[in-house]
Design a protein around this ligand. Structure first.
Ligand code: NAD
Ligand code: MG
Length: 328
């Protein structure tokens, strides 16, 4: 493994450069503000007079429409939703300077060949391993969310140095920047969010809630047990791995964990995880998601509606309203 920090950043890379940030959502806002505070000439590219336009202006950034924003930029970061990036690329590419760098925060469009970049461009990835609001907050606190770095096209022979300078500008070198490839980032990221982080965890929580309430326990008690307390456990794992969690839970809990956990996440679950990974690797998931978008996201919207109608959401909203400090 190769990991880079502030001392590895080349002084000359990106110095004085204009950087265009396309999109002002979770990552876009954080990157734009951090880079500006790091001394870069930042312009945000947005659709005229959308909500983000006003927000970026209010945050003190210069704003232009995407095709204008990329003019004269040394680096252009594509921070709109993954499935909007291809159209946006087509919209701006004629205004992108010869030998400029295009940057992604997730490898989807390059890995699955939705975007086939011009041959004179450098194509790089800086993927923060955390959501945008943390990328901003940690930067302001003098810390930094760790990032992954990758290069898929190195036309100028300075692609890596420019990418590392960008990671430094958003605070990533403080946490460490790990070298990867577009394939490794894309595949591990999709697998992780599907099997463990979002898909796996929420299924586990909801099924646990169902088992308790179907057995006649109060939904409020079930909610605290399987959703609210999850954060306390995850924080321990985040800070110190399995060892720290074991240090803070009771002996009885540990015994139950070690004997019952493997009965819940069985070898069959692991076999299914491997299938999910295969679908990521062979492009089946990507094709399905692209087709779903072409059809206007009908199935996706229906599934989302069903997810949000789960009884745990009702009881959760009621209980969280009593703890307004949670939202901050
Ligand atoms: P987002 O959904 O939070 O923000 C999208 C932004 O793009 C908004 O400003 C929106 O107004 C604009 N936008 C939406 N649709 C558009 C369109 N059709 N054309 C032009 N602009 C449009 O996006 P995000 O979650 O920050 O994701 C941006 C990139 O960062 C993605 O590649 C994503 O995979 C990656 N990423 C996200 C996270 C995260 O925590 N959210 C973490 C790592 C990497
Ligand atoms: Mg789910």
């Amino acid at each position: 493994m190769q990991i880079y920090s502030q001392k590895d950043v080349k002084k000359k890379a990106l110095s004085g450069a204009r950087i265009a940030i396309l999109g002002y959502g979770s990552q876009g806002r954080a990157h734009a503000l951090n880079l500006k505070d790091s001394g870069y000439d930042v312009v945000v590219g947005l659709r005229k007079n959308g909500d983000s336009w006003k927000k970026a202006k209010k945050d003190g950034l210069s704003v232009a429409e995407p095709a204008a924003a990329v003019k004269g930029a040394k680096l252009i970061a594509f921070l709109v939703p993954d499935l909007a990036q291809k159209d946006l690329y087509k919209q701006v590419v004629d205004n992108v300077a010869l030998g400029a760098t295009i940057l992604f925060a997730h490898g989807f469009n390059i890995q699955y060949k939705l975007i086939k970049p011009r041959k004179d461009l450098d194509v790089v990835l800086i993927a923060p391993k955390g959501p945008g609001h943390l990328v901003r907050r940690q930067y302001e606190q003098g810390r930094g969310v760790p990032c992954l770095i990758a290069v898929s096209q190195d036309a100028t022979k300075s692609a890596f140095d420019n990418a590392l300078a960008y990671a430094d500008g958003i605070g990533g070198t403080r946490g460490g920047v790990i070298k990867t490839t577009f394939a490794e980032e894309t595949e591990t990221d999709l697998f992780g969010e599907q099997s463990v982080l979002c898909g796996g965890t929420t299924e586990l929580v909801c099924k646990g809630f169902e088992v308790l309430t179907e057995a006649g326990y109060q939904p409020e008690v079930a909610y605290y047990e399987v959703m609210h307390e999850l954060k306390l456990i995850v924080d321990l794992l985040h800070e110190g791995g399995l060892a720290k969690m074991h240090q803070y839970v009771s002996e009885t809990c540990k015994y139950g964990d070690l004997t019952r956990g493997p009965r819940i996440v069985t070898p069959a679950v692991k076999r299914e995880m491997k299938k999910v990974l295969k679908e990521v690797q062979n492009g089946k998931f990507a094709r399905q998601w692209i087709a779903e978008n072409k059809r206007g996201q009908k199935k996706y919207k229906a599934l989302m509606k069903k997810d949000l109608a789960h009884p745990i959401e009702k009881v959760g909203a009621k209980l969280r309203a009593r703890m307004p400090w949670l939202e901050a």
